[in-house]
Design a protein around this ligand. Structure first.
Ligand code: ATP
Length: 369
């Protein structure tokens, strides 16, 4: 299949707007790469440059060692699946899937074989004679996938392919895409807004902001070891809680002071703050919702790192409960065991798992520890 290499890729639109800045990424054969980031951060632009649908303003794009910058889209051996499916309404499912191959003058019996194979993989065999308007959203999306599969491309590009589907279908199709990736052993690049899609499908995730890559890592590494405040806040739902804290160093001990609370840091984290010269400085403390628990329910509570607060909102989501409260003006979310007896209006102790706390430089927003 295919390796891709993006070196110093840039996009400046004709109006002078720079949508992508110095994008560098080496993609291995069979990887499933996810692009995530807020709206307008340059995900689609990057994907479209790889597809050849947008000119590359600077840098080099290689596929299997060959420079592709000026190669026509049809000659890049790439298939793209869009969010709106882009099916031909007057053609049957069969003809929609066969169309690209017909244009390429592939022999009829070969087209037939490929379409039927793809239909089998995608469970579309009984629908080959239907027109798109007689299909459900999920079935249409499968036809769009089928059209990409029959071409047997080196690389699949997908731009939010599931965003028009309802929640249940999205989950089904997400699993289908994961299977497809396993079966086809293709290199895939996938743009999404959806956290779960990103975390479950990606072998690596590229987090972008304002045209700049923030971090490229496995889902687990991004979640546990974000490089900066932006990535920490973007990956994870509900998002990480942030509150300003003042660093106080006494010998080898470090506490983070938030209002009258003094949270002691474990030795390794303490060392990073001492070495960085943060004594007396304000930093940002980051706590994932699951690292904040209802101290009454928690088996081993660290009494030194609890916060007393009134619950503003209680939300039961079946397997978990979210409790919302404020700490020094910052809104906080705790993801707690559903066996909690806490209710809206109760004042309870929340325990912070200080082993899991993240600390960020307030100015550079980079992770300290
Ligand atoms: P979304 O998640 O909303 O699809 P995205 O991350 O995919 O966003 P892009 O579509 O890549 O973002 O757009 C990146 C930036 O480039 C945006 O600020 C957008 O307004 C701008 N942009 C896109 N196309 C053009 C164009 N043809 N001319 C000028 N600016 C453009």
């Amino acid at each position: 299949m295919a390796n891709l290499s993006l070196k110093g890729i840039q996009k400046i639109y004709p109006n002078g707007f720079q949508a992508v800045k110095d994008f560098n990424l080496e993609i291995e054969d069979q990887e499933f790469i996810i692009f995530v980031g807020p709206s307008g951060c340059g995900k689609s632009t990057t994907l479209r440059m790889i597809a050849g649908l947008e000119d590359i303003s600077g840098g080099t794009l290689e596929i299997d060692g060959k420079v592709m910058n000026d190669v026509e889209p049809k000659d890049r051996d790439i298939a793209m699946v869009f969010q709106n499916y882009a099916l031909y309404p007057h053609m049957t499912v069969y003809d929609n899937m066969a169309f690209g191959l017909k244009l390429r003058k592939v022999p009829k019996d070969e087209i037939d074989k490929k379409v039927k194979e793809a239909a089998k993989i995608l469970d579309l065999e009984k629908l080959l004679d239907r027109k798109p308007k007689a299909l459900s959203g999920g079935q249409r999306q499968r036809v769009a996938m089928g059209r990409a599969i029959v071409r047997n491309p080196k690389v699949f590009l997908m731009d939010e392919p599931l965003s028009n589907l309802d929640a249940k279908l999205r989950v089904q199709m997400r699993i289908e895409i994961a299977k497809l990736h396993n079966n086809l052993k293709a290199t895939m690049i996938y743009v999404t807004h959806d956290q779960t899609e990103a975390m479950t499908l990606g072998t690596r995730i590229v987090v972008m902001k304002d045209g700049v890559v923030q971090q490229v890592d496995s889902p687990q590494k991004l979640y546990n070891e974000p490089d900066n405040l932006f990535v920490a806040g973007f990956i994870g739902s509900p998002h990480m809680n942030f509150v300003d804290a003042v660093v106080e160093v006494k010998g080898e001990d470090v506490v983070l002071k938030v209002a009258d609370y003094r949270f002691p840091l474990p030795a390794k984290k303490a060392k990073a703050l001492i070495d960085g010269g943060y004594d007396g400085k304000t930093v940002v403390m980051g706590v994932r919702p699951e690292d904040l628990s209802d101290a009454q329910v928690m088996v081993e509570t660290n009494k030194d790192s609890t916060v007393k607060a009134e619950i503003n909102v209680y939300e039961l989501l079946g397997a978990e409960v979210f409790l919302y409260f404020t700490l020094e003006g910052a809104s906080m979310t705790a993801r707690v065991d559903p066996r909690t007896t806490a209710k809206t209006g109760d004042v309870i102790d929340f325990a912070i798992d200080m082993e899991k706390v993240h600390v960020f430089d307030k100015e550079t927003e980079l992770t300290i520890t």
